[in-house]
Design a protein around this ligand. Structure first.
Ligand code: FAD
Length: 509
């Protein structure tokens, strides 16, 4: 029976078997090796013949904490993965063709009297004074100027009003974490798993067998086998909750290109297309591109032609089509199997959330790590936390499609007029009526993120929090002007992003 192994002796390490060596598998292995030394032994199985998905290049700021907590030096990480800095995501043509905005990793302006800055901005905007809200954001101004400096720890409210993430080569993350994990005792086995064994009594998974006959036993199995979902789907047949009626994109045509001339943008770009959107992710040595599209609205051939016609640099390969479905397993942790990464669920990369969801699942697993037995309460808690995070991300992604005025294609007509989850309906009504964002104080996409997308896509309420009626007009206008000038001055004093990257690269020599 699974977990009997853990129960063979007081304090005996839990035998963890990780199935899959993509970004999810090696992030999990590295974290367990680092945070549970002595409590867990780790075997990781991966198949070179199957390979990894090999995309997943734009991240969120939380990844920095993960890298730091592993004790990996940022410059070393960036050199190994050919990474650039990322201050946010630019969305083009989403609200309407020709519109654009940046969703920054940071707040706008400064909150006064516990009232969000956007309420003051709305007041000034309706009085005809204010500039676009983007001009009151330091990370947005820095992104436009292609400048980057890490927020200084002892900085004032403006200096520390933003975070940053990385854009990195998805094929280089797993090898980096593999060396890290193997140095900390993780055993790697190469080969294809051909069968999964269950304990006759408990029904838990107890071993996997490889093509060459090698059998690996364990107490706890982490399914990081990607879209194959070998254990959670193939063996345990856990129900897949399909969300494609809200998020109809189910294909991507990926196309890496040579690095573009000119400065490397410290942000990711998402440009809406007739049947979805395309990403542009600048790395040090190349630019990642891909068209995420709905196969009900566009054929694979059409999508490949569209992305070939849209990219700026010389393609490094032919477009590669990936297929997926939006949704997640009803439960990510079933019996003694925990699914992490693409095996657990998929939400398209519009807001670069997948690797974050991997990180979040790892953090929760470590907090709730089973001892001698998997406790149902721990498993339920894990599943509830994962569900909540997936649901919130899902709703935020749907907003990008639903909040549009576009009527130029069947795809945009569909997403503009479709029913959305009730929680999102409620959030949007609240925003329209009172400019309030339904508050939650942890997790992904807090108030500034929702404000960025609402305003960026043209949903501008006519109301604001009455507490923002102070100070008087002249004082408010002066403060806004001073803030915009101060932001310009701070950005002008930042080094160019290229220069910051060159300094990091040079330190290796
Ligand atoms: P994979 O990389 O597919 O790894 C699966 C592993 O399982 C491999 O090692 C494979 O060999 C192994 N395996 C499978 N079957 C077997 C078997 N039978 N025996 C042995 N081994 C087996 N995320 C972001 O955060 N940002 C992005 O910008 C982003 N962009 C994306 C764009 C697209 C088009 C797609 C599809 C995904 C994107 N993602 C993005 C998601 C991101 O790529 C994944 O979350 C991340 O790479 C983790 O993948 P994984 O490790 O779960 O799966």
């Amino acid at each position: 029976m699974a977990n009997k192994g853990a129960a063979t002796g007081q304090g005996a390490p839990v035998r963890v078997v990780i199935v899959g060596g993509g970004t999810a598998g090696w992030m999990t292995a590295a974290a367990i090796a680092r945070f549970l030394p002595g409590q867990a032994s780790v075997d990781l199985v991966e198949s070179e013949a199957i390979g990894i998905v090999g995309v997943g290049e734009a991240t969120l700021p939380h990844l920095r904490a993960f890298i730091q907590r592993l004790g990996i030096d940022e410059a070393e990480f960036m050199r190994a993965t050919s990474a650039t800095f990322k201050l946010g995501i630019e969305f083009r043509d989403f609200g309407a063709i020709g519109d654009g905005y940046i969703h920054p990793f940071g707040a706008y302006g400064v909150d006064l009297a516990d009232v969000g800055f956007h309420h003051y901005w709305l007041r000034a905007h309706h009085a005809g004074h204010s500039r676009p809200i983007d001009e009151y954001s330091l990370p947005i101004a820095a992104a436009h100027a292609a400048r980057f400096r890490r927020p200084p720890e002892d900085g004032d409210f403006l200096d520390t009003s933003f975070g940053y993430a990385y854009q990195f080569d998805a094929t280089r993350m797993a090898p980096l974490l593999r060396s890290y994990s193997e140095a900390r005792g993780v055993r790697r086995t190469e080969g294809r798993i051909v069968s999964v064994e269950r304990d006759g009594e408990s029904g838990d998974v107890c071993a996997v067998t490889l093509e060459n006959g090698e059998r690996i036993e364990g107490d706890l199995f982490i399914d990081c086998s990607g879209f194959r979902a070998l254990l959670i789907g193939g063996e345990l047949d856990e129900h897949w909750e399909d969300w494609s009626h809200w998020l109809p994109c189910d294909r991507a045509a990926a196309l890496p290109c040579e690095a573009a001339d000119g400065p490397i943008a410290p942000y990711t770009r998402a440009t809406a297309m007739a049947a979805g959107w395309r990403w542009r992710i600048p790395l040090r040595h190349r630019v990642g591109n891909g068209y995420v599209f709905s196969s009900a609205h566009c054929s694979e051939d059409e999508a490949c032609s569209a992305i070939l016609g849209a990219v700026e640099g010389t393609p490094l390969a032919d477009p590669r089509v990936l297929r997926f479905r939006a949704g997640r397993r009803r439960r990510a942790w079933v019996r003694n199997v925990v699914a992490i990464g693409l095996a657990a669920g998929f939400l398209e990369p519009l807001e670069s959330t997948s690797i974050h969801l991997v990180q979040m699942a790892i953090t929760r697993l470590i907090e709730l790590f089973p001892g001698r037995r998997v406790e149902a309460a721990d498993r339920d808690e894990f599943n509830a936390l994962i569900d909540l995070e997936y649901d919130r991300v899902r709703d935020f992604l749907i907003l990008h499609y639903h909040a549009t005025r576009r009527d130029d294609s069947d795809f945009w007509n569909h997403v503009r007029t479709m029913d959305v989850p009730e929680a999102l309906e409620r959030k949007m009504a609240l925003w329209r009526e009172s400019a309030r964002v339904e508050a939650y104080h942890e997790g992904l996409f807090l108030e500034p993120s929702w404000v960025a997308v609402y305003l960026g896509q043209g949903i501008v309420p006519n109301a604001w929090d009455p507490r923002a009626n102070n100070p008087d007009d002249a004082t408010l206008n002066r403060s806004l002007d001073d803030l915009a000038s101060e932001i310009d001055a701070r950005v002008a004093a930042m080094p160019l992003h290229d220069r910051t990257l060159a300094t990091i690269a040079a330190r290796a020599a």
